[in-house]
Design a protein around this ligand. Structure first.
Ligand SMILES: NC(=O)c1ccc[n+]([C@@H]2O[C@H](COP(=O)([O-])OP(=O)(O)OC[C@H]3O[C@@H](n4cnc5c(N)ncnc54)[C@H](OP(=O)(O)O)[C@@H]3O)[C@@H](O)[C@H]2O)c1
Length: 264
């Protein structure tokens, strides 16, 4: 049984992780962290079910005492602080939070010199397979096919395009041997002119309770290939995150990805 700390425990994903912990049996919740402004500070970490006996706190260091692994599904600006606290405590960390800025990624790389750290903007097995299939398709189809990446999420999602959409774009760019930044087109409005050769376009839909949908569209002359993943239940992300957390316990310091967990 691994003792686990969850950052962002009061959120949609944090609560899904607690449900996955209850259905699993491999983890025991030991630390539950939210922001210092959280309305749930001092409450039981399970907000919508039988209490688990662990209270919500804003003290990351105290919540990490004696735990085997930590999971972060909080907010992008909080991630650097959580990673630094994990590095100081020697606790491996799985980061599921998306929208990380370059400064945060740098802090994560520094932390990965001291602890095992896995960054997974999408912890679903299906999406990670989609990323692999996207790389294969991009390599096979080459420049003759235009690539567009479409994603849809619920109305509360803060970052856009999703971390997963960007990761899919990176998979296409890497298959072509180029950085995504050179070819990404995030905004199209007004007289934008014809499509730029080699562009990787992004389209974003926000609304309702959509859990997460991603399509990679390869549009050629006379034919089109669409690779799509639809998430209908965020428990897939929670179960995948626990699978990553179990995998990272006892690993050497380093920077890992979900592909390492799944052997993709
Ligand atoms: N990797 C994946 O597969 C995957 C899947 C789904 C979502 N996500 C990502 O996971 C993250 C969370 O998503 P969500 O839908 O669960 O969001 P959410 O419902 O808004 O929950 C955010 C959580 O973070 C906490 N929080 C906010 N600011 C914080 C801070 N400064 N310090 C510590 N905790 C803080 C919030 O606590 P209080 O408000 O109570 O303080 C809350 O518990 C997002 O980045 C999302 O894109 C990843």
């Amino acid at each position: 049984m691994h003792r686990l700390t969850v950052f962002g425990v009061t959120g949609r994903m944090g609560q899904a992780v607690l449900r996955a912990v209850r259905e699993g049996g491999e983890f025991a919740l030991a630390g539950a962290v939210a922001s210092e402004h959280s309305a749930s500070l001092g409450r039981d970490a399970v907000l919508d079910g039988p209490p688990c006996g662990v209270r919500v706190s804003a003290d990351a260091a105290a919540a990490l005492a004696g735990v085997a692994v930590a999971l972060d599904f909080s907010a992008a600006p909080a991630v650097a602080g959580h990673a630094a606290a994990c590095a100081a405590a020697g606790v491996p960390l799985v980061v599921g939070t998306t929208g990380l800025d370059p400064g945060t990624v740098e802090v994560l790389r520094e932390a990965a010199a001291r602890i095992a750290l896995l960054v997974a903007p999408n912890t679903s097995i299906g999406v990670n397979l989609l990323e692999r299939l996207t790389a294969i398709a991009a390599r096979s189809l080459g420049d003759a096919f235009d690539v567009e990446i479409l994603e849809a999420h619920h109305r509360a999602k803060r970052d856009a395009p999703s971390g997963t959409a960007i990761r899919l774009g990176e998979a296409v760019a890497a298959a072509r041997g180029e950085p995504l930044a050179v070819h990404a087109e995030f905004d199209r409005h007004g007289d934008v002119g014809p499509r730029r050769a080699g562009a990787i376009g992004f389209a974003v839909v926000r609304g309702g309770d959509v859990v997460g949908e991603h399509t990679v569209l390869f549009a050629g002359d006379g034919e089109r290939i669409e690779l799509t993943h639809r998430a209908t239940d965020r428990m897939i992300f929670a179960r995948g995150a626990l699978r990553a957390a179990a995998w990272i316990v006892g690993r050497a310091p380093g920077f890992y990805r979900m592909q390492d967990v799944l052997g993709l």
